[in-house]
Design a protein around this ligand. Structure first.
Ligand code: FES
Length: 141
């Protein structure tokens, strides 16, 4: 049977990058999908407005694991301003696509990142430019 997943998705599922947590993280975001029960947690370390490290822990499906792995790869080394533009679409594109029924898994990665950024801004005492979006809002974009 042909796999509905790209080689990149399978690679990030079988060999996920940046698994774990950052003990002294500058931002932590935790997001769950009530429909499937999957949970994603993202940790970011920020220095001079640059994401110098990112890690994740995902209790979820293969597409969610691949999405969080790719999301952490996409944001590492980028400035916060660049990271603010990283969406689920960017994650999905970098993964070589996801089956339509699995698009919500990449949404979790965007929401976990938004949540971690909000936590970072809160800890810094800076008003956050990030507006948390629902799955419906993200998928409608
Ligand atoms: Fe829940 Fe993939 S099935 S995130």
């Amino acid at each position: 049977m042909d796999s509905p997943y790209s080689e990149t998705v399978m690679d990030h599922f079988m060999n996920p990058r940046n698994v774990g947590e950052i003990k002294d993280a500058d931002g932590v975001g935790t997001i769950g999908n009530p429909a499937c029960g999957d949970i994603m947690q993202m940790f970011i370390k920020v220095e001079n407005d640059v994401i110098v490290d990112a890690k994740f822990k995902t209790f979820g499906c293969g597409a969610a694991i691949a999405s969080s792995s790719m999301a952490t790869e996409l944001i590492k080394g980028k400035s916060i301003n660049e990271v603010l533009k990283v969406t689920n679409k960017a994650v999905t594109k970098a993964l070589g696509g996801l089956p339509k029924v699995k698009r919500h898994c990449s949404v979790l990665a965007e929401q976990a990142l938004q949540s971690a950024l909000n936590d970072y801004y809160k800890k810094e005492g800076i008003p956050s430019p990030v507006k948390m979006k629902s799955e419906e809002e993200i998928l409608a974009e």
